[in-house]
Design a protein around this ligand. Structure first.
Ligand code: HPA
Ligand code: ZN
Length: 326
């Protein structure tokens, strides 16, 4: 009966959080009012009741609609600050935030407003909350590689404000190979590389992320279970997987949390981490993911320590910080 306390209180890193996915309905409505943006929902309750997803795409449609209220630097700051307050309560010591610049620049929002707002929140999280935080710029994989390349170049004036690049949005039909050149460019620039792979997509997309994009972590990766050779590769290399159980549940990747394969992947010796993905949409922040997953899968304290240690080890924080947290 001490396990929930341990899960809640232990220091942990969050490595898979889309900051636009932390936008709660209340803040969406507050920003809509502040910015005079019209929403196709009458109120917070009507919006929240639309959060019934059948797959990744059905979620993404609402996620992009919610992000339409973000216009100014302060909006991005306020969104990230609200997340950091939740993260603090969950004993998150390190957060690596995904952001989707193309979702905003396509609406005429300046790249500088996006990055400077988020970056200022990261700095304040460090000084005021003691959370170490950095940004990872994600390319939308339903758009072209040329658009991703243009986005990376457009962000170069703010090169020191983000530590890596990622790949998100609609997975099926958009394999990692489509983004080979932009990830090669990111590596040249000294950026860390991660990619969503094997959330809904096949094991081949995980192989592609590893071999073609040369990523340092796989985001999700739960479909690896269907490929024994890939499981061996992931175990041997200790390639971190940023697994998001409540996301997988809400997007119907698994029918019940009790069906989730995280326990099997831990038992197979993979470097698994637990994360929230889009907490405002999937019904829980990081500790909710730990608590509900441990209850559903009957995991133990040793596995709790392992997941927390993995999260810190797999982070891109300076080694000195990692040692302090472990
Ligand atoms: N998968 C892909 N793209 C995303 C996700 C996700 O879980 N969340 C936000 N963008
Ligand atoms: Zn994600």
């Amino acid at each position: 009966e001490r396990l929930p306390e341990l899960l809640s209180l232990m220091p942990k890193a969050e490595l898979h959080i889309h900051i636009e996915g932390s936008l709660e309905p209340e803040l969406i409505f507050a920003l809509a009012k502040r910015n005079d943006v019209q929403l196709p929902y009458a109120d917070v309750a009507a919006l929240r009741s639309a959060y019934a997803f059948t797959n990744l795409q059905s979620f993404l449609d609402l996620y992009y609609a919610g992000a339409s209220v973000l216009l100014h630097e302060q909006d991005f700051y306020d969104m990230a600050w609200a997340y950091f307050e939740k993260a603090k309560a969950d004993h998150v010591v390190r957060a690596e935030l995904f952001f989707d610049p193309q979702t905003h620049t396509a609406r005429g929002v300046a790249m500088g407003a996006v990055i400077e707002g988020l970056s200022r929140a990261c700095r304040d999280a460090h000084t005021q909350l003691g959370i170490s935080a950095d940004l990872i710029l994600c390319f939308l994989r339903h758009l072209s590689e040329d658009e991703a390349l243009a986005t990376l170049e457009e962000a170069m004036p703010w090169r020191e404000h983000f530590i890596g690049v990622g790949l998100d949005s609609s997975e099926l039909g958009h394999p990692p190979e489509k983004f080979a050149r932009v990830f090669a460019r990111a590596r040249e620039l000294g950026l860390h590389c991660v990619a969503h792979a094997g959330e809904e997509g096949p094991p081949a997309y995980i192989w592609g992320a590893l071999d073609v994009l040369q990523v340092e972590r796989i985001d999700h990766g739960v479909q690896a279970i269907h490929d024994a050779g890939l499981m061996q590769r992931l175990a041997d290399s200790q390639m971190p997987l940023t697994v998001c159980p409540l996301s997988n549940l809400k997007l119907c990747v698994f029918k019940n949390l009790a069906d989730h394969n995280l326990g099997q992947m831990l038992d197979a010796g993979l470097c698994i981490t637990l994360n929230s993905d889009d907490p405002a949409y999937f019904g829980g922040y990081l500790n909710d993911n730990y608590l509900q997953t441990f209850a559903a899968l009957h995991l133990n304290a040793q596995q709790a320590y392992k997941l927390a240690a993995n999260s810190i080890e797999a982070s891109f924080a300076p080694e000195a910080d990692k040692h302090r947290w472990m």
